[in-house]
Write a protein that binds this ligand. Structure first.
Ligand SMILES: *[C@@H]1O[C@H](CO)[C@@H](O)[C@H](O)[C@H]1NC(C)=O
Ligand SMILES: [Ca+2]
Ligand SMILES: [Ca+2]
Length: 208
Protein backbone atom coordinates (compact mmCIF):
# COMPACT_ATOMS: atom_id res chain seq x y z
CA UNK A 1 0.00 0.00 0.00
CA UNK A 2 2.74 2.45 0.94
CA UNK A 3 4.38 1.67 -2.32
CA UNK A 4 1.27 2.61 -4.30
CA UNK A 5 0.94 5.94 -2.48
CA UNK A 6 4.55 6.66 -3.15
CA UNK A 7 4.13 5.94 -6.84
CA UNK A 8 1.12 8.25 -6.94
CA UNK A 9 3.13 11.11 -5.45
CA UNK A 10 5.94 10.51 -7.84
CA UNK A 11 3.58 10.70 -10.76
CA UNK A 12 1.99 13.94 -9.55
CA UNK A 13 5.34 15.65 -9.10
CA UNK A 14 6.56 14.43 -12.41
CA UNK A 15 3.59 15.89 -14.26
CA UNK A 16 3.88 19.22 -12.37
CA UNK A 17 7.44 19.50 -13.41
CA UNK A 18 6.88 18.72 -17.03
CA UNK A 19 4.01 21.22 -17.24
CA UNK A 20 6.24 23.90 -15.79
CA UNK A 21 8.93 23.08 -18.28
CA UNK A 22 6.52 23.17 -21.17
CA UNK A 23 5.45 26.67 -20.27
CA UNK A 24 9.01 27.84 -19.95
CA UNK A 25 10.36 26.21 -23.00
CA UNK A 26 8.41 25.75 -26.12
CA UNK A 27 11.18 24.45 -28.31
CA UNK A 28 13.13 22.19 -25.96
CA UNK A 29 10.80 19.51 -24.81
CA UNK A 30 12.45 16.32 -25.82
CA UNK A 31 15.85 14.87 -26.20
CA UNK A 32 17.02 15.18 -29.79
CA UNK A 33 19.32 12.53 -31.16
CA UNK A 34 21.14 13.24 -34.39
CA UNK A 35 23.19 10.55 -36.09
CA UNK A 36 26.13 12.39 -37.61
CA UNK A 37 28.09 9.37 -38.79
CA UNK A 38 27.16 5.70 -38.87
CA UNK A 39 29.48 2.91 -39.99
CA UNK A 40 28.19 0.46 -42.60
CA UNK A 41 29.08 -2.58 -40.59
CA UNK A 42 27.56 -2.83 -37.16
CA UNK A 43 27.88 -6.28 -35.60
CA UNK A 44 26.98 -5.06 -32.12
CA UNK A 45 24.77 -2.29 -30.78
CA UNK A 46 24.77 -0.75 -27.33
CA UNK A 47 22.18 -1.98 -24.84
CA UNK A 48 21.35 -1.42 -21.19
CA UNK A 49 24.13 -2.49 -18.87
CA UNK A 50 26.93 -2.32 -21.45
CA UNK A 51 30.19 -0.72 -20.45
CA UNK A 52 31.05 1.90 -23.07
CA UNK A 53 34.12 3.89 -23.97
CA UNK A 54 33.26 7.10 -25.77
CA UNK A 55 34.98 10.22 -26.97
CA UNK A 56 32.85 13.29 -26.43
CA UNK A 57 32.73 17.03 -26.19
CA UNK A 58 30.09 19.23 -24.61
CA UNK A 59 28.91 22.73 -25.33
CA UNK A 60 26.04 25.06 -24.63
CA UNK A 61 23.47 25.53 -27.42
CA UNK A 62 25.11 28.86 -28.28
CA UNK A 63 28.30 26.95 -29.11
CA UNK A 64 30.32 27.77 -25.99
CA UNK A 65 32.61 24.81 -25.45
CA UNK A 66 32.30 23.35 -21.95
CA UNK A 67 34.27 20.13 -22.25
CA UNK A 68 36.91 19.77 -24.96
CA UNK A 69 37.13 16.33 -26.60
CA UNK A 70 38.02 13.63 -24.12
CA UNK A 71 37.47 9.93 -23.52
CA UNK A 72 35.16 8.53 -20.89
CA UNK A 73 34.10 5.07 -19.74
CA UNK A 74 30.73 4.41 -18.16
CA UNK A 75 27.93 1.88 -17.89
CA UNK A 76 24.82 2.82 -19.83
CA UNK A 77 21.28 2.60 -18.51
CA UNK A 78 22.02 2.52 -14.82
CA UNK A 79 21.50 6.17 -14.00
CA UNK A 80 25.19 6.81 -13.47
CA UNK A 81 25.05 9.36 -16.28
CA UNK A 82 22.51 12.06 -17.14
CA UNK A 83 19.26 10.79 -18.66
CA UNK A 84 20.16 12.26 -22.03
CA UNK A 85 23.08 9.86 -22.22
CA UNK A 86 21.30 6.83 -20.79
CA UNK A 87 18.53 7.23 -23.38
CA UNK A 88 20.40 8.86 -26.23
CA UNK A 89 23.24 6.37 -26.65
CA UNK A 90 21.30 3.12 -27.00
CA UNK A 91 21.35 0.97 -30.17
CA UNK A 92 24.57 2.67 -31.16
CA UNK A 93 27.36 1.12 -33.28
CA UNK A 94 31.08 1.29 -32.68
CA UNK A 95 32.41 4.21 -34.72
CA UNK A 96 29.05 5.97 -34.75
CA UNK A 97 28.98 9.69 -33.94
CA UNK A 98 25.87 11.23 -32.42
CA UNK A 99 24.85 14.76 -31.60
CA UNK A 100 22.64 14.89 -28.52
CA UNK A 101 20.69 18.06 -27.97
CA UNK A 102 19.79 17.63 -24.39
CA UNK A 103 17.21 19.81 -22.66
CA UNK A 104 18.00 20.56 -19.03
CA UNK A 105 15.37 18.00 -17.93
CA UNK A 106 17.57 15.30 -19.44
CA UNK A 107 20.78 16.88 -18.14
CA UNK A 108 21.37 18.66 -14.87
CA UNK A 109 17.96 20.28 -14.43
CA UNK A 110 17.70 23.35 -12.26
CA UNK A 111 21.12 23.05 -10.75
CA UNK A 112 24.25 24.78 -11.94
CA UNK A 113 27.28 22.52 -12.16
CA UNK A 114 30.55 24.13 -11.14
CA UNK A 115 31.16 27.47 -12.80
CA UNK A 116 30.68 26.22 -16.32
CA UNK A 117 27.11 24.91 -16.49
CA UNK A 118 24.42 27.45 -15.61
CA UNK A 119 21.06 26.38 -14.11
CA UNK A 120 18.53 24.95 -16.61
CA UNK A 121 21.23 24.63 -19.23
CA UNK A 122 20.48 22.87 -22.48
CA UNK A 123 23.57 21.03 -23.55
CA UNK A 124 24.91 19.77 -26.85
CA UNK A 125 27.09 16.68 -26.81
CA UNK A 126 28.98 15.06 -29.63
CA UNK A 127 29.59 11.47 -28.67
CA UNK A 128 31.56 8.93 -30.65
CA UNK A 129 31.40 5.32 -29.54
CA UNK A 130 34.83 3.69 -29.35
CA UNK A 131 34.23 0.41 -27.54
CA UNK A 132 31.48 -1.79 -26.08
CA UNK A 133 32.10 -4.27 -23.32
CA UNK A 134 29.08 -6.42 -22.63
CA UNK A 135 27.65 -5.69 -19.25
CA UNK A 136 26.44 -8.76 -17.50
CA UNK A 137 26.11 -11.13 -20.42
CA UNK A 138 24.23 -14.20 -19.33
CA UNK A 139 26.46 -16.91 -20.67
CA UNK A 140 25.15 -19.37 -18.13
CA UNK A 141 21.55 -19.36 -19.22
CA UNK A 142 22.56 -18.77 -22.81
CA UNK A 143 24.87 -21.78 -22.69
CA UNK A 144 22.22 -23.95 -21.07
CA UNK A 145 19.70 -23.12 -23.77
CA UNK A 146 22.12 -23.32 -26.67
CA UNK A 147 22.58 -27.07 -26.33
CA UNK A 148 24.31 -27.60 -29.68
CA UNK A 149 26.74 -24.79 -28.82
CA UNK A 150 26.56 -22.95 -32.16
CA UNK A 151 26.20 -19.58 -30.41
CA UNK A 152 22.59 -19.20 -31.53
CA UNK A 153 19.37 -20.03 -29.74
CA UNK A 154 16.79 -21.67 -32.00
CA UNK A 155 13.03 -22.15 -31.46
CA UNK A 156 13.67 -25.83 -30.79
CA UNK A 157 16.26 -25.08 -28.17
CA UNK A 158 13.88 -22.77 -26.33
CA UNK A 159 11.18 -25.45 -26.51
CA UNK A 160 13.60 -28.00 -25.01
CA UNK A 161 14.56 -25.54 -22.31
CA UNK A 162 10.91 -24.95 -21.34
CA UNK A 163 10.39 -28.71 -21.02
CA UNK A 164 13.59 -29.12 -19.06
CA UNK A 165 12.57 -26.34 -16.65
CA UNK A 166 9.16 -28.04 -16.28
CA UNK A 167 7.30 -24.92 -17.32
CA UNK A 168 3.70 -26.09 -17.78
CA UNK A 169 2.50 -26.14 -21.38
CA UNK A 170 -1.00 -24.70 -21.05
CA UNK A 171 -3.70 -23.63 -23.47
CA UNK A 172 -3.74 -20.49 -25.61
CA UNK A 173 -1.68 -17.72 -24.02
CA UNK A 174 -0.04 -20.20 -21.70
CA UNK A 175 1.16 -22.56 -24.39
CA UNK A 176 4.85 -23.04 -24.98
CA UNK A 177 4.38 -21.95 -28.58
CA UNK A 178 2.99 -18.58 -27.46
CA UNK A 179 5.76 -18.11 -24.93
CA UNK A 180 8.37 -18.94 -27.56
CA UNK A 181 6.83 -16.54 -30.07
CA UNK A 182 6.85 -13.77 -27.49
CA UNK A 183 10.47 -14.43 -26.61
CA UNK A 184 11.49 -14.32 -30.27
CA UNK A 185 9.42 -11.20 -30.96
CA UNK A 186 11.20 -9.48 -28.13
CA UNK A 187 14.74 -10.73 -28.57
CA UNK A 188 15.33 -11.78 -32.18
CA UNK A 189 16.03 -8.23 -33.24
CA UNK A 190 17.16 -9.00 -36.78
CA UNK A 191 14.38 -11.56 -37.33
CA UNK A 192 16.63 -14.30 -38.58
CA UNK A 193 14.88 -16.90 -36.45
CA UNK A 194 17.71 -17.22 -33.93
CA UNK A 195 18.69 -15.34 -30.80
CA UNK A 196 22.38 -14.52 -30.84
CA UNK A 197 24.41 -13.84 -27.71
CA UNK A 198 24.39 -10.11 -28.39
CA UNK A 199 20.61 -10.17 -28.87
CA UNK A 200 20.07 -12.21 -25.76
CA UNK A 201 18.64 -10.21 -22.87
CA UNK A 202 17.84 -13.09 -20.56
CA UNK A 203 14.31 -14.44 -20.82
CA UNK A 204 12.11 -11.80 -19.26
CA UNK A 205 8.91 -13.70 -19.80
CA UNK A 206 6.84 -13.99 -16.61
CA UNK A 207 6.73 -17.77 -16.81
CA UNK A 208 10.50 -17.97 -16.69
C1 LIG B 1 32.59 18.64 -30.87
O1 LIG B 1 32.94 17.58 -31.74
C2 LIG B 1 32.30 17.61 -33.00
C3 LIG B 1 32.60 16.32 -33.73
O2 LIG B 1 33.94 15.98 -33.66
C4 LIG B 1 32.71 18.85 -33.75
O3 LIG B 1 32.07 18.88 -35.02
C5 LIG B 1 32.29 20.06 -32.94
O4 LIG B 1 32.72 21.23 -33.56
C6 LIG B 1 32.87 19.99 -31.51
N1 LIG B 1 32.26 21.04 -30.73
C7 LIG B 1 32.93 22.11 -30.30
C8 LIG B 1 32.15 23.15 -29.57
O5 LIG B 1 34.14 22.20 -30.45
CA1 LIG C 1 21.99 -23.44 -30.89
CA1 LIG D 1 18.64 -12.99 -34.54
Amino acid sequence: MKFIVFLGLLFVCFTCQSFAQEEDEEEFRGLRIGIVKKPKRCPQETKHGDHLTVKYNASLVDGTLLVPPRNLEFTIGEGSMIQGWDQGLLDMCIGELRELITPSGYAYGELPVGDAIPPKAHLVFYVELLEIKDGQPKPDIFGQVDVNGDGLISHDEVAQYLRKESIPDGDGDKSHQTVINEIFNEEDKDNDGYISLSEFQGFKHEEL
